[in-house]
Design a protein around this ligand. Sequence first.
Ligand SMILES: NC(=O)c1ccc[n+]([C@@H]2O[C@H](COP(=O)([O-])OP(=O)(O)OC[C@H]3O[C@@H](n4cnc5c(N)ncnc54)[C@H](OP(=O)(O)O)[C@@H]3O)[C@@H](O)[C@H]2O)c1
Length: 280
Amino acid sequence: MADKKIVILGARGMLGSDIAKLLISRGKNPACFDLPNFDITDSKQLQNAAGDADIIINCAAFTDVDKAETKSSDACAVNAEAVGSLAKIAAENNAYIIHISTDFVFDGTKHTPYTETDEPNPVNVYGQSKLSGEKLLTQSTCRNSIIRVQWSYGQNGDNFIKKLISLSTRQDSLKVVSDQIGSPTATAETAKVIAEFVEKQPLGLYHFAAAGYAGRFEVAKFVFDKLNIKTELAPCLSSEFPAPAKRPCNSRFCCDKISQLLNCDIESWNGPLERFLKKL
Ligand SMILES: NC(=O)c1ccc[n+]([C@@H]2O[C@H](COP(=O)([O-])OP(=O)(O)OC[C@H]3O[C@@H](n4cnc5c(N)ncnc54)[C@H](OP(=O)(O)O)[C@@H]3O)[C@@H](O)[C@H]2O)c1
């Protein structure tokens, strides 16, 4: 039987580029699409890119959480409406979609880790747009899975870990919030999970994050210790860092469902982060 055609949308981004790399290393030949040559909000371009796919991995997203507050129609066009269009294309062709979503669909007020059955309640435009995208996908008849991820870092693109290191080169001291709790998760690890989804094609909603939980301050301390960075770190509260978009304080995921599906233990956040730092 001919190889299944795999299409990656948002393939130059942090996660998309790691998936592309991993699939290629496993002998697959994914077709990769991203800005500036491909715009997911352009229905013709989307049809051309995904119309003959067997498996579509959608990593394309408007990910600037603060900018989304003032550019809400742009964020919704990419994170919601385009996902609805993609679902229609997939339904017509019996293609399978792996769509990536976020912990920001939750308000973060729960005192325990979020499960897939918890009620979303986004507190910012980015979260609202991603939740709308999830709904458009689940309401469609196409075969799909949604993997919610969080606190991502990878080689390509901006992220919390790289920002910390960059700030440390310019500042003698740094305040980092200690009241936002989650799991820093390497896109290289998420890519392995997505590769399993490509093989197994499970349906439904899944949470994925590295095992264990930490506050952002604790993560910063880990990074500075490992890299022997001398910049002084001090914990602070989110309220001391007013930003255009509100952030949920509790981003913790319960990942039992995906762990059972893949029949594997998820590695704690420290290991992949240490490997990432060694490669920098
Ligand atoms: N980063 C995180 O911490 C995090 C946390 C939770 C969930 N997620 C989700 O994870 C997924 C992957 O994001 P990521 O972390 O890899 O972020 P990313 O590096 O920003 O990747 C998103 C990619 O989508 C592209 N894109 C934006 N608008 C597009 C459009 N109109 N048409 C086609 N491509 C477009 C971006 O291009 P440009 O860079 O040129 O805009 C970028 O290459 C997204 O669904 C995101 O919502 C991320």
